[in-house]
Design a protein around this ligand. Structure first.
Ligand code: PYL
Length: 277
């Protein structure tokens, strides 16, 4: 998992309103709407529940330690969505214990290995990688006005790519997988077929040859330049949860409204809806 830097995320709070509008133009849904779509829940119902759902965000000093403003930015995203969100005023165990004592409905916290949300009433755990893959797949489905029956290529078969692949299959996408490590793509295909033996899942060994052949791409790699600008067609749609962004600034210019990417917003929104739903 790529470790975020404060620079990657410090502009998020001031851009949330604009980002929300961008998502509306690209997908027909807001940040909240996409997160609800990713969970299959009704947005109107959820809107009545968010304001009384109390989430504490607890900074964690373990490992490489705190990322300046990370927890405050997560809190800002939750507040924008309408949740009763609070940045804990204590870190680590003290902060977690205080959240229980203050009867928080949920806590969110991250160390160097996992970023999780925990529903303190139900004991349910939601993982950021899983939620991020799922919500970007849902965003691609909305951008495509229904991915059902469409050929979609997932680039990157790690935890985010796996969750995206599962979601795209459940939405009726015709899935192809690529990973620089071929065995990672093969083992993901095997895992996916355990639950969907009837599905056809292609493995693409050569990404440069493959990209032009797919109208729908989900880029979930931790590499820059995965999708070269020269391979981007006029009609391709791309959802890119991968950090750093696997598309060059030139590629972003070519794609314009046909690209969805962010470093935290959609994943945090999907985590929060999963905690509440
Ligand atoms: C959750 C992000 C998404 C991409 N990479 C993940 C990352 O940067 N993880 C590390 C998060 C460390 C947070 C630190 C704090 O400020 O509480 N322990």
């Amino acid at each position: 998992m790529t470790r975020l830097k404060t620079n990657d995320i410090c502009d998020i709070p001031s851009r949330l309103e604009q980002y929300n509008q961008d998502l509306l133009v690209k997908t027909g849904q807001t940040l909240l709407g996409i997160a609800c779509h990713a969970r299959g829940v009704d947005e109107i119902k959820i809107q009545h529940q968010v304001k009384s759902f109390n989430i504490h965000v607890v900074p964690i000093t373990a490992g490489q330690g705190i990322i300046t403003d990370f927890s405050a930015i997560v809190t800002a995203i939750l507040t924008f969505l309408g949740f009763d969100a609070h940045l804990a005023d204590q870190v680590d165990i003290t902060g977690i214990a205080r959240s229980f004592e203050n009867h928080a409905n949920a806590i969110m916290m991250a160390d160097d290995h996992k970023f999780v949300g925990i529903n303190l009433n139900k004991g349910a755990v939601v993982d950021n990688s899983e939620a991020t893959g799922r919500v970007f797949a849902a965003a691609l489905d909305l951008m495509a006005k229904g991915i059902r029956g469409r050929d979609v290529l997932v680039l990157g078969c790690g935890p985010v790519g796996e969750a995206a692949a599962q979601t795209l299959l459940s939405l009726g996408g015709k899935l192809a997988l690529f990973d620089t490590n071929l065995s990672a793509a093969l083992s993901l295909k095997e895992r996916l077929l355990r639950f969907r033996a009837d599905q056809k899942i292609r493995i693409e060994p050569d990404v440069i040859k493959a990209i032009p052949r797919y109208g729908y791409l989900l880029e979930a790699t931790p590499a820059k330049g995965t999708i070269p600008a020269k391979l981007i067609g006029e009609h391709q749609l791309v959802a890119a949860p991968g950090v750093p962004l696997g598309i060059s600034p030139r590629g972003c210019q070519v794609l314009k409204h046909r690209l969805i990417h962010d470093k935290l917003e959609l994943g945090v929104a999907a985590m929060a809806i999963s905690l509440l739903a």
